[in-house]
Design a protein around this ligand. Structure first.
Ligand code: SPV
Ligand code: MG
Length: 445
């Protein structure tokens, strides 16, 4: 394009300009930056890849390829290249542009340090930083809130889990058993340095789904009933969901479960290799738990894989060898067979406090299958941080029951206080104010 419009000499003397952007939701503020930047010379847009974004904000709704097509077609953009890091600096040092253009909003807030690094890098390469007034009233964070309010589609939600696994060092999932717990997971975030920490998705737990209905965790709550509650979560959230499929039931039934979950936008089902009356794994060998034969469980996995309609739905095989008192060799043999039968990931479970069994499994498994995701539920071995679990090779950590375990004692304490005092005054200190609950859910007024 440029060659047609300008002489060869001017191509070589034309200044080069760099801007970095996510470009998920395009808005006038971004177009303004592109317009201004392209006025300084030939504009290269460094488009942040998912993994560069993931530790700092929610991953984009659109994939990298989709965002690239959009930005490439905006007037003034000469080329789009990937920016593999959150920091602009590596690309600046590599491409040595004459200018970088950025909104002046980075003078305050979490990007301040990055701003200093960019100034230093531009000085080093003999370039200049151009700061332009930030377009007020519109930015990707406020638009993101608007998009959340609209909701999502099953298709987009399903895909998000795989994208998160690829983009994040470790995917952080928390149990949700109703719309309210789902809303906390959807919206809660904290900042740590220049990073944003939030939950990446939800675990629909058989333990907390049954317990919240006053039933034991023995597959007595049927799929239809669990889906009714799940639907409440789906209605008020956009993040991906991993469904605890217990044993998956009979293979003939599991096929329908897979399709139902997919249709609803659930990203993954985890099924455990147990047969007979399933009991919760955290009982360990205190109760009788029978593991399925490798052959029958492989058959169930491959039947499920054949039944699924989308490319993105995941069937994750959960290995109960450690729960049933078996050894590492048994767990690894099963993992090998389940992956070969088509499992998209492996969940390794244990109630061992030391975590040693899970750790040795993960290290051995990753040597054999470096790209197959591992899921862990560190309820018993919760002394390890996410960083440590990631070092073992774990891709998804599930906090499997904590929302319900937190809610029950709180409710119990308040109920006891009312009984003791024969009024609710003393319980107020443990309750959220009425004004707050009235305004908790937008649209109540
Ligand atoms: C659940 O949350 O229901 C699980 C995980 O299956 S565990 O309770 O640890 O078995
Ligand atoms: Mg369960």
């Amino acid at each position: 394009m440029l060659v047609l419009n300008v002489s060869h000499i001017s191509v070589h003397t034309m200044k080069t300009v760099y801007i970095g952007m996510t470009a998920d939701i395009m808005h006038p503020g971004l177009i303004n930056i592109i317009n201004v930047a392209s006025g300084y010379g030939e504009l290269t847009v460094g488009l942040l890849v998912d993994s560069a974004i993931a530790s700092h904000k929610r991953i984009p709704y659109l994939t990298y390829e989709q965002r690239k097509v959009i930005v490439e077609n905006i007037k003034g953009v000469a080329r789009v290249i990937p920016q593999e890091t959150w920091s602009y600096v590596p690309n600046l040092l590599k491409y040595k542009p004459d200018y970088i253009v950025h909104g002046d909003d980075w003078k305050t807030g979490p990007l301040q340090q990055e701003r200093e690094r960019v100034f230093a890098a531009m000085k080093e390469i003999g370039g200049e930083v151009i700061e332009i007034p930030y377009t007020k009233g519109i930015n990707s964070t406020s638009l993101n809130q608007d998009v959340k309010a609209i909701g999502t589609t099953p298709e987009i939600r399903i895909q998000t889990l795989k994208r998160l696994i690829n983009a994040k060092p470790i995917v952080r999932i928390l149990e949700a058993h109703n719309g309210l717990s789902g809303l906390i997971i959807e919206h809660l975030s904290i900042t740590k340095g220049d990073k944003l920490h939030e939950f990446d998705g939800m675990w629909s737990s058989s333990l907390t789904d049954s317990t919240s209905k006053g039933k034991p965790d023995i597959e007595a709550v049927d799929l239809t009933t669990r889906l009714q509650d799940l639907n409440n979560i789906l209605e008020c959230t956009t993040k991906p969901i991993i469904f605890d499929g217990d044993t998956g039931g009979k293979t003939e039934h599991f096929i329908f479960t897979v399709r139902t979950l997919e249709r609803n936008g659930v990203s993954a089902v985890i099924i455990e290799d147990k047969v007979g009356l399933k009991k919760n794994s955290l009982f360990g060998t205190e109760v009788e738990q029978t593991q399925a034969s490798i052959e029958e469980f492989c058959y169930k996995i491959s039947a499920g894989k054949k039944a699924q309609v989308t490319q993105d739905f995941m069937i994750i095989a959960r290995i109960e060898s450690f729960i049933c008192g078996k050894n590492l060799e048994d767990a690894l043999a099963r993992a090998n067979a389940y992956v070969n039968a088509g499992a998209d990931g492996i969940m390794i479970h244990s109630k061992e406090k030391s975590g040693e069994d899970v750790k040795s499994f993960c290290i051995a498994f990753k040597q054999r299958f470096p790209f197959v995701p591992i899921v862990a539920v560190p309820t018993s071995y919760n002394q390890f941080t996410e960083d440590e679990l990631r070092e073992w090779g774990i891709n998804i950590v599930i906090y499997a029951n904590h929302m319900l375990r937190a809610a029950y004692p709180a409710m119990h304490r308040v109920a006891t206080s009312i009984l003791e005092h024969e009024r609710s005054l003393e319980a107020d200190q443990w309750c959220m104010p009425i004004k707050q609950i009235l305004e908790l859910i937008p649209g109540t007024k």
